[in-house]
Design a protein around this ligand. Structure first.
Ligand SMILES: Nc1ncnc2c1ncn2[C@@H]1O[C@H](COP(=O)(O)OP(=O)(O)O)[C@@H](O)[C@H]1O
Ligand SMILES: [Mg+2]
Length: 273
């Protein structure tokens, strides 16, 4: 049986398309027959909300982590099923409190990793939607991931955060998760009518092209992508022939083709600080 691949979708900047990418890439992978679990690790719970679970107050990723820390046996009520054939471990504001309590926890970087160990046999892909910070919850996500997808918005100064993020990935790789790789940088919210997308891609290629993979597929800006999340649907079901749906389906193919660990040797080692 093929091993489960865990991918963290991370960028400490908000509004770059992390949540939208987690949801739509997840659905695109499921449409290709993959068993997919999404984990919302943002206390804002945006992924939980945009999948249609508004004001969710049941068991969340915070409960799961708390029970793991305290060695409390887990019930199986923390996985929600979405009608587009994907599962979700939801989140809400409780995760903020949990992040504080991690400070005094033994092996605090590995709590999420311990939470998902037994789940990996049930899925081909686990996608983790990270919060917009490089704090302990994001470190937990990077500690249990095989790879990271970094969505970057095509906007002036958008690349400024990249060095810091790659530096964190590098530190996590060196200190706690040697298997971690950068799966790729994904250009999002691309407005085809402007030259900015071309410019950003060029800059990205110049600055980071030799150390990280940059996905061939980019995600175009389209109002329907934002509309779909309001009704709890992915772009792939809300506007299935639309350009965003097609872009995420193509991205899913790239993700599958790239395979687990393919970029293992393209480490960011010593080149990015
Ligand atoms: N391709 C797109 N076209 C138009 N709007 C988008 C697209 N992708 C995301 N959005 C919208 O942009 C905003 C930020 O996206 P989101 O995925 O929540 O980013 P993040 O998780 O990085 O904060 C949301 O309102 C979302 O609906
Ligand atoms: Mg988000």
């Amino acid at each position: 049986m093929k091993e489960c691949e865990v991918i963290a979708i991370a960028n400490q900047k908000g509004g770059v398309g992390k949540t939208t990418t987690t949801f739509n890439l997840g659905v695109a992978l499921a449409n290709m027959g993959k068993r997919v679990l999404l984990i919302d690790t943002d206390p804002q719970g945006d992924l939980t909300t945009c999948m249609g679970f508004n004001n969710y107050e049941g068991t969340t990723v915070a409960t799961l982590m708390e029970h793991t820390i305290n060695d409390v046996p887990l019930k199986d009520d923390y996985i929600l099923h979405h009608k587009e054939n994907i599962d979700l471990i939801p989140s809400n504001l409780d995760l903020s409190g949990l992040e504080m309590s991690l400070i005094s926890t033994i092996s605090r970087e590995f709590v999420l990793k311990n939470c998902i160990i037994d789940l990996k046999k049930d899925y081909d892909y686990i996608l983790i939607d990270c919060m917009p910070s490089l704090g302990m919850i994001t470190i937990n996500s990077l500690a249990c991931a095989d790879s990271v997808i970094i969505p970057v918005q095509t906007q002036y100064l958008a690349l400024n955060n990249m060095g810091q993020l790659l530096g964190t990935v590098n530190k996590v790789k060196k200190q706690i998760n040697p298997e971690l790789t950068v799966k790729g940088v994904l250009l999002t919210l691309v407005d085809e009518r402007t030259n900015l997308a071309k410019e950003t891609r060029y800059q990205l290629q110049q600055s980071y092209g030799s150390v990280v993979n940059i996905f061939k597929n980019r995600i175009p800006l389209a109002v329907k992508a934002a509309e779909s999340s309001i009704v709890g649907k992915s772009a792939l079901s809300y506007d299935k022939n639309g350009k965003v749906a097609i872009a995420y389906s193509e991205l899913a193919k790239e993700v599958i083709e790239n395979g687990k660990g393919r970029f293992k040797n393209e480490s960011t080692k010593d080149k990015v600080r």
